[in-house]
Structures are given as structure tokens and as C-alpha cells.
Design a protein around this ligand. Structure first.
Ligand code: F6R
Length: 365
């Protein structure tokens, strides 16, 4: 049932404040201002030397955001691979380390094969999955459920933001266990997390503006997405969403890589979508935007109130998100990125819920 939405994807984008809120309630003690993981961990984060993450597609990108969180908040080294590479590269894994898998369906062939490899290598297996009865859930030592509900649109949206929510809670729990986060730090992060569903609702209110921009975007042959820090995986996610449902060629790049190649592509025909909340890396991203502008590139800037005030660049458009704590900002900024792909594809008359050549669950490699 699509409710009053035209597509499941629209419904699922709009459901995010609710399902992220529900997922949060499962992992956070709101009154105590702390994360409380609702299951026993068969390992202690304090003793871990590293975490290896593998997943595919959008779930991989949620994992990539969490690498920044685990390393920043818990000072634990994280390696991450797409599962189709991890399963065959015979990575040496120290017994007793943590292998983390992220999957909406819990049935993705490559992710499952990676899980079995890690299990044979005596890793603790922790899976962040949305389908509680899935094969991956059954074969894991512990399952961290995302409570996104059934996701029908082939392009993952609400599962992604719920994965981010769970992964951030795990990173906070790891930080506490490892002594890298004080109770006050944790409270600040938990307060920020509690605000996320409301901020996502605010973000959804920019939909009309995004819809107008989608008309422009639909004329493009190629689109470049740029971001730094946790906005870099979001840039990759934006490009993935746009290509899979609108069939416009899109690429995501770390903004700092621009001058190492992709800047050669920039001209007035290529929209450049820059994701840049006002965080510690904002100034760096602004200088990359200047390089784009100087070459006639047309910029769509996704930023927050402070970021919008502090740039006087001539953008094609600026989408202003509500201000969020920099750690939780990627969960909020995912919304306009999803909406932009959705409205572009709808404007082009594409079947957004059933894009060509794609299956919801990829059970063959
Ligand atoms: C993109 C998308 C895919 C999936 C990927 C992994 O919108 O939906 O990239 O994220 O196929 O699927 P799961 O999460 O089921 O393992």
C-alpha cells in the first residue's frame, strides 16, 4: 500500500522520520541520555584491534559512513570492502576480531559469502540487517536490527538511514567501552540523535524546491557529486541513487580528489552537486566549489543554515538543511540526496520502484 504516495520510494522516503525514530528508541535510553544496545555482545569493544566491514551498494555506503564514526568516536581502526571483493581477497583476519555486515535483505549473495569467510576465520559476526528472519541474521553471532519495516522500492532509502542510525549507536557504545567518549560526550551525541527524526521532517519540507531542481537535472547527461568526510559516502550514494533510477550517468568523488582528474570534465553542461554541511571540513569543500565555479560548472549546494550564510558563491541552487550536530548530519543530508534522485527519475517518466535490470535482493553473485 503506497498510502497517498505515487511510488513506494516516495512513501519510504517520507517514512524516515518515523522509522529512524523507532530504530533510535530501540538503541537509546532517552531519559538517561545514553546508548543501550538491546542485546549482549559476545566480545568487548575495548579489546578489539580492528573492525572489518563488508556490504554491497547502499549498505556498503552506510558502512563507509560508519568507518568515520568508529574511527573518530571509538579510535578503532576500520577496514571496509565491497563484499564482492572481500569474499575473494583472502584478507588476513586476526581471530577474535569483529566482522560487521550491513544488509537490508540479509540475503545478498556476496555479503553472505563474506560473512561465511569471516566466520571460518573465527571472527565475531555482527550483522546490521532489516529482515530479522534472513539467512544473514540466522548465521550471525549477534544481529543489530534496523526497524525500517518492509522496504519495497528497489532503491534503498529508509533502510539506509536506519542502518546509519544503528551504526552510529554501535560506534557510540564502542567509544564508551574504549574510554574515548566521556559520559558528557555521549549525552551530547545522544541528544543530537534524538533530534534527528525532527530534522529529517524539516529536510522533507524542502521537497518542492528539490522537485523544481530535478527538472534541470533531468536534462543532464552526466552529474558529479562531491563531498568530504562523511559527506563523501553521501556523494557516492547520491550518484548511485541517481544512476539506478534515472539512468543518468553520475559519479561521486571525494571533493579533494577533484583536481586529480575529474576537474577535466567540468563545463557548463555538467551539474555538480556538492554536499557540505557546515563542519570542520566546510572551508576545504568551499575551495573545491570555487574551482568548479571558475570552470563554469553549475553547482547545486546542499548545506545547512550556517553554510548557506558563509558562502557567497554563485550556485545554480542552494538547498538549505536545518542545522545538525556534524556527527549526525549525514543522516539528515541523506534526505535531499534521495529526493533529488527520486524527482529527477519521476520527471523523466522512469519506473522508480522497478528500475530496469535491478532486483531488490541480489541472491546470485
Ligand atoms: C541501491 C540498492 C542496492 C542495495 C544492495 C545491497 O539503492 O538498493 O545497492 O543496497 O544491493 O542490498 P542489501 O542491503 O539487501 O544487502
Amino acid at each position: 500500500d503506497k498510502g497517498n504516495h505515487r511510488h513506494f520510494m516516495a512513501k519510504e522516503i517520507h517514512e524516515q522520520p518515523e522509522v529512524v525514530g523507532r530504530t533510535l528508541a530501540h538503541y537509546v535510553n532517552f531519559t538517561a541520555g545514553r546508548v543501550e544496545i538491546p542485546f549482549d555482545l559476545p566480545f568487548d569493544f575495548k579489546n578489539l584491534k580492528r573492525v572489518s566491514i563488508s556490504a554491497c551498494g547502499t549498505a556498503y555506503l552506510a558502512g563507509l559512513v560508519s568507518k568515520y564514526w568508529f574511527e573518530r568516536l571509538a579510535r578503532i581502526p576500520v577496514e571496509i570492502d565491497v563484499a564482492s571483493e572481500f569474499r575473494y581477497r583472502e584478507a588476513p583476519l586476526e581471530p577474535g576480531s569483529l566482522a560487521l555486515f550491513v544488509s537490508q535483505s540479509g540475503e545478498t549473495a556476496d555479503t553472505l559469502a563474506s560473512l561465511r569467510y569471516a566466520s571460518a576465520e573465527k571472527q565475531h559476526i555482527l550483522s546490521v540487517v532489516n529482515v530479522a528472519t534472513s539467512t544473514m541474521a540466522r548465521e550471525s553471532d549477534v544481529v543489530a536490527a534496523t526497524l525500517a519495516g518492509v522496504e519495497i522500492g528497489v532503491a534503498s532509502t529508509k533502510a539506509f538511514t536506519c542502518q546509519l542510525t544503528v551504526l552510529l549507536c554501535l560506534a557510540i557504545a564502542a567509544g564508551r567501552a574504549r574510554g574515548t567518549l566521556s559520559a558528557a560526550d555521549e549525552k551530547e551525541l545522544v541528544d543530537a540523535l534524538i533530534g534527528v527524526p525532527g530534522l529529517m521532517s524539516e529536510a522533507i519540507k524542502r521537497e518542492h524546491q528539490v522537485e523544481m531542481l530535478a527538472r534541470e537535472l533531468s536534462k543532464a547527461k552526466d552529474v558529479l557529486y562531491l563531498g568530504r568526510g562523511t559527506s563523501y559516502p553521501l556523494a557516492l550514494e547520491g550518484a548511485l541513487k541517481l544512476k539506478e533510477i534515472s539512468y543518468i550517468h553520475a559519479e561521486g568523488y571525494a571533493a579533494g580528489e577533484l583536481k586529480h582528474g575529474p576537474i577535466a570534465l567540468i563545463d557548463e553542461t555538467m551539474p555538480v552537486i556538492v554536499i557540505a554541511p557546515h563542519d570542520a571540513l566546510f572551508e576545504k569543500t568551499v575551495s573545491n566549489m570555487q574551482e568548479v565555479a571558475a570552470r563554469g560548472g553549475r553547482i547545486i549546494l546542499i548545506t545547512d543554515e550556517k553554510g548557506a550564510l558563509e558562502t557567497d558563491l554563485d550556485t545554480m541552487a542552494t538547498i538549505v538543511m536545518p542545522s545538525a550536530h556534524p556527527i549526525v548530519a549525514p543522516i539528515v543530508h541523506a534526505v535531499p540526496v534521495q529526493l533529488l534522485a527520486y524527482h529527477t527519475a519521476v520527471f523523466m517518466g522512469k519506473d522508480v520502484d522497478q528500475p530496469r535490470n535491478l532486483a531488490k535482493s541480489v541472491t546470485v553473485e
